[in-house]
Design a protein around this ligand. Sequence first.
Ligand SMILES: [Fe+2]
Ligand SMILES: [Fe+2]
Length: 556
Amino acid sequence: MMGKVKLPRSAGSRRTRLAAVGAGALIAGGLAFSPVAFGAAAPPKYPAADIHKPSPMPDRVILTPTTTPSTGQKVTWRAVTDAESAQAEILEAPRALGGVAPPAGAVTNVKAISTTPVNTTLGYASVYHTVEFTGLKPNTRYSYRVGDGTNWAEWSDFTTAAADLQPFSFIYYGDAQNYIDSAVPRVFRQAFAERPQAKMIVNAGDLIDSANSEEQWGQWYKAAGFIDSQVNNLSIPGNHEYSGGLSTFWRPQFPYPDNGPGNPELKQTAYTVDYQGVRFVGLDSNVQSNAALMAAQATWLEGLLKDNPNKWTVVTFHHPVYSTTGTRNNPAVRDQWGPLFEKYGVDLVLQGHDHSYGRGNVATARKSVTVNNGVAYVVSVSGGKMYALNNGENWTGNGAEVVSKSQNTQLYQLIDIEADKITFEARYANGEHHDGFVVRKNGKGERTVNELRTAENTVGEQVTVDKTTVDHRGELTVSAYGYDPAERVSVSLRKADANARGKDSVSVDVRDADELGRLTYTFRVPSNLKKGETYVVHLDSANQKITSPAVTVNEK
Ligand SMILES: [Fe+2]
Ligand SMILES: [Fe+2]
């Protein structure tokens, strides 16, 4: 990059100038690089009004889910056109388009509903148009385009949800908010490159910095580009989507289901979508000072959790139950919603606001070194504005623990839903692994949250024993976590003296871990163990070789 920079001859040696430019860029925090003059005066800044001005050609094309995502789909876009002309065409995704005409009758034309004009801060107003496709087939790929009958966007494809639980992936982002036109796009694009088949993008608020900035919304759409035209977007507002009220862009852009608690203030900021075996619940945490709106959401939330036919539940809102940054604290969220997440076993709570990363659970959920059985609470950030981590006191001071944290890192999260497990992974903007875990749940609703095994993560599990002294031929119960489902485990006893390992190993049995990766096994200690001698229980399997604390065989 620097090798291409042309330098003025008069200003010292070439080497000195290069060093100076490099230092300047670093001093600027690595975020806003200093402008480098090539000799002439700096060019004028291209006006935002010219960059983001609408035209008859559709832009800002985005999919949002309906309450029946297996048979319906909404698409919204912006264009200068009259309400009578805005429309979409849809057909089952053909093998070719362009020179190949679809069969007669294959294309359905749907008229749009258009909003009243939004925002004039850049000297123009924008009109958004929404089409709701209905009567679609489940789990079926469609091609559609939006336009005015003359000026059309390109064809884009989406696949409807399956009617029941089927594996799918979604992406989750914390606050984009800042540097949307510089640092955010690479995050969005990297995530999409790794989960191009994702069915949903969840944004936990603060998508932009200034609620009613036409320029920032324009940047936000450009950051994702075509991705939003083929992946459903499930966003809830953060405090930065509010400025003397909800952003005037929110409802025109995001026509989410009107199925929230019923308060007009929460229309399309608190809503729910059942998607292919997952109940997504979006809450509006910006109303914490309004007791009535918080209570209304709590009541509504409890109804959704109590009577939930879906295997998995994902809740998203902006202000974290446990804050990772500074002295931030959201007691209303924690006290009114937190107990419901725990009571009904929500799987993932996805949050933002703190501009750092934190993941953890209530402390009482800890089962072993790497396994807990609690709700997974996550805070993350996708944009370039960063806050320093606190010491986890908002977690530990409220009965929770932080398992993974990070600061000064832009992240995206990939979540893979399957029938028996959810795999969650957080990665940095450059694609490197940061954090991950696997949630497993059985038919009884029992759950384990297991640390994701990676090359870097080989933290040892331990075998738990129910007693540290055992009678000769007495019973001993061992338990351990962290296995793959049905992983085969050899159980043996070894002399605790490390020098004796191998020579004095007594095999007991081979057992299988259960469907949640747990092993509990009660056995009678073999008669050839020596009285007065101290042993450890050793569990040997493909994924872990672990031992128990010392167990002494009683003298009599
Ligand atoms: Fe934020
Ligand atoms: Fe925020």
